[in-house]
Design a protein. Structure first.
Length: 254
């Protein structure tokens, strides 16, 4: 089936209703691996990705797993994450949480050298621990994209994730064309390492935004969400890119 030319028009239409879906843990890991710092402001990233399509409010939805506060060693992580999610809510981000699942596993805390030829054998002590696992985030994003498309709540969906399971969304939207009877543009956004010359593209999406180091610095979040309770003061986050001010860099991460 040929591509609807109206989909291309939605790339720059200022009246297009844009909704950005952020896979929180996926973005966290990708930014830490690519830029050496895992946190960014999802609402500022959403504004950047929308570009000129801001006549309607740009909606931002942030999906993340939440640790179990009833597990003693997880309570601090819950506190730190909740601080960050509360601040997101204050600036208009819709937060969707799913409880992490746990299973017992063997693990160790000793630092190990990088493996390679000539590296001697290492001796470690294994202890049982409850390994957390995020489940259902990709499904929640996919279902929400389809639902908002069906109820005519968006014209452009931008998915911020490298999760391969989300590649099924373009196929689903194509199959829904007879029902939708209107264009829905699907875009992706992925972090890319400095110096990459060829753009990274995700199959099935009309466009793949490149979250470069320059873009990351625009939306970077340096808030110390790990501060002790006695030192914690909710930050005044910038609500728009125009309000973005240089912030104090901090190593504290949730």
């Amino acid at each position: 089936m040929p591509r609807d030319p109206r989909i291309d028009e939605l790339a720059t239409d200022p009246d297009a209703r844009v909704m950005v879906f952020v896979d929180g843990q996926n973005l966290y890991n990708a930014c830490r691996r690519t830029f050496g710092h895992p946190l960014c402001h999802p609402h500022l990233l959403a504004e950047h990705l929308a570009g000129a399509r801001t006549r309607n409010r740009v909606a931002c939805r942030f999906y993340t797993g939440r640790p179990n506060p009833n597990i003693p060693h997880e309570r601090r992580r819950v506190r730190n994450l909740d601080r960050r999610l509360n601040e997101m809510n204050r600036v208009g981000v819709t937060v969707i949480k799913r409880p992490l699942r746990y299973h017992w596993d063997w693990g160790h805390q000793q630092p190990l050298p990088e493996p390679g030829p000539g590296v001697p054998p290492q001796t470690v002590t294994l202890t049982p621990w409850q390994r957390p696992q995020e489940k259902g985030i990709d499904l929640a994003i996919a279902l929400d994209v389809i639902e908002f498309a069906l109820v005519d709540s968006l014209d452009v969906a931008i998915i911020v994730s490298l999760d391969r399971d989300l590649a099924e969304i373009p196929n689903a939207l194509r199959n829904l064309r007879p029902i939708l009877n209107r264009p829905v543009r699907l875009e992706a956004a992925v972090p890319v390492p400095p110096g990459r010359s060829d753009p990274k593209t995700l199959t099935g999406f009309a466009y793949t935004h490149q979250i470069t180091e320059e873009v990351f610095e625009l939306v970077r979040d340096d808030t110390d969400y790990t501060a002790p309770d006695r030192d914690w003061t909710p930050p005044a986050l910038p609500r728009t890119l125009a309000e973005r001010q240089p912030s104090r860099k901090s190593p504290g991460l949730p």
